[in-house]
Design a protein around this ligand. Structure first.
Ligand code: GLU
Length: 429
């Protein structure tokens, strides 16, 4: 008996919150605030292209498994589609479509010349060998070969993927095209045209935005109590940089659980501990184990959800005690929870701003590659910081002028810029 093609039916979303509906609600709110006409809203609420491919892969035991791989290209009004590829069990087409839309607003808000895209395969990468992951990555990209390219659509790492997968993808694309094309992906290893500073970029961007938000309130990072959900690429870099700046990281977590320390965790030592214990942090000396749910409701100044979407919901929002929530993950606060936090005066630094550091350095990597001139890390960080602080200032200004939340301010800036470009370009034919 053959299994039913997973192309035929979208698997039911495990969460009751549909990520695409949520993304459309934010878009509608921004469109209303901007008085956007209905036609423009219609265009912006539809992805331009949705591609789902079958990925047959030979497993190490000789069996063949067929996976579904998605790539959603939301908008290329401002430039090539841009966005990561995630390998995560709960990936669905609707989630990828929502994230592609978010990338459009994120790039527009940051003023980088890209549209928005996102890709994903519903797998748990931990259950596959390195060889299997390489075959999956290569076949996925070869199926999408006509849909991507350095001036068409430029993938990057996301949850469950890293520089390693980008190298396989760049190589597959290049071999098929017949020459090396480093600009087809970003977040590559340095050896093939990656950028210094890319690895830490998303976490660094979050640190910068938190630092600015505190500075606006007359505070510095020194001694600020921070809880971080997630100790992957983003959470770990944010923890390290905040720790270096003098913040007290009182809790961090991974999918397997979290740890807490009233006096603050020694983050460099924790990094070493996690590396030695196959990424597990529970059991770290001088810390107590806590659950992911407990982490979100700890008394702290800054809460950084840096893992999954829909973590702060109507159910737990009233227990959140932080004064600032910085969305390092995409969509960790639901629409309703966001409203509740705002009503209580909690500052929510929205994802399209707080986690934009990654795509900003992706852009800088692409620029360096296209110009064949590579910068030192100090320059990369400086250019990124400039773009992040500039976007932060614009969001604050917009929120003050229009008397709206930071999220709505960020969305109106992103959506407004794309809508303007769409209007100027006009509709073909
Ligand atoms: N996956 C990251 C994001 O969601 C980075 C995307 C990119 O660098 O293109 O922003």
């Amino acid at each position: 008996m053959i299994s039913k093609s997973s192309l035929l039916a979208e698997p039911a979303s495990p969460a009751h919150i549909c990520p695409f509906d949520q993304a459309c609600s934010y878009l509608e709110a921004a469109a209303k605030e901007l008085n956007l006409n209905q036609g423009l809203l219609e265009i912006l609420s539809h992805p331009r292209k949705v591609v789902t491919v079958s990925i047959p892969v030979k497993l190490d035991d000789g069996e063949i498994q067929v996976l579904a791989g998605h790539r959603v290209q939301h908008s290329d009004v401002l430039g090539p589609y841009k966005g990561g590829i995630r390998f995560y069990p709960a990936v669905t087409l609707r989630e990828v479509s929502a994230l592609a839309m978010l990338m459009t607003w994120k790039c527009a808000l940051l003023g980088i010349p890209y549209g928005g895209g996102k890709g994903g395969i519903a797998i748990d990468p931990k259950r596959y060998s390195v060889g299997e992951l390489e075959r999956i990555s290569r076949r996925y990209i070869s199926e999408l070969i006509k849909d991507i390219g350095p001036s068409v659509d430029i993938p990057a790492p996301d949850m469950g993927t890293s520089a390693r997968e980008m190298a396989w993808m760049m190589d597959t694309y290049s071999v098929n095209i017949g020459h090396a094309v480093p600009g087809v992906v970003t977040g590559k290893p340095l050896s093939i045209g990656g950028s210094l500073g890319r690895e830490m970029a998303t976490g660094r961007g979050t640190m910068i935005i938190v630092r600015e938000a505190l500075a606006d309130r007359g505070k510095s990072l020194v001694g600020v109590r921070v809880a971080i959900q997630g100790f992957g690429n983003v959470g770990c870099a944010a923890a390290e940089l905040l720790y270096e700046a003098g913040a007290k990281i009182i809790a961090v977590s991974t999918g397997a659980g979290g740890i807490f320390s009233e006096v603050g965790l020694d983050i460099p030592a924790l990094k070493v501990y996690a590396a030695e214990n196959r990424k597990s942090i529970v059991g770290f000396p001088q810390s107590v184990a806590i659950s992911n749910a407990d982490l979100l409701t700890l008394p702290c100044d800054v809460l950084i959800p840096a893992a999954l979407e829909n973590q702060i919901t109507e159910e737990n929002v009233n227990q959140v005690q932080a004064q600032i929530v910085a969305e390092a993950a995409n969509g960790p606060v639901t629409l309703e929870a966001n409203l509740a936090l705002e009503a209580r005066g909690v500052i929510v630094l929205p994802d399209i701003l707080a986690n934009a550091g990654g795509v900003v350095v992706s852009y800088l990597e692409w620029v360096q590659g296209l110009s064949y001139v590579f910068w030192d890390e100090e320059r990369v960080n400086r250019e990124m910081e400039h773009l992040m602080v500039q976007a932060y200032r614009k969001v604050i200004h917009q929120s003050e002028v229009r008397q709206i939340s930071l999220r709505l301010a960020a969305y109106t800036l992103g959506v407004g810029r794309v809508a303007q470009a769409l209007t100027d370009r006009g509709l073909y034919p």
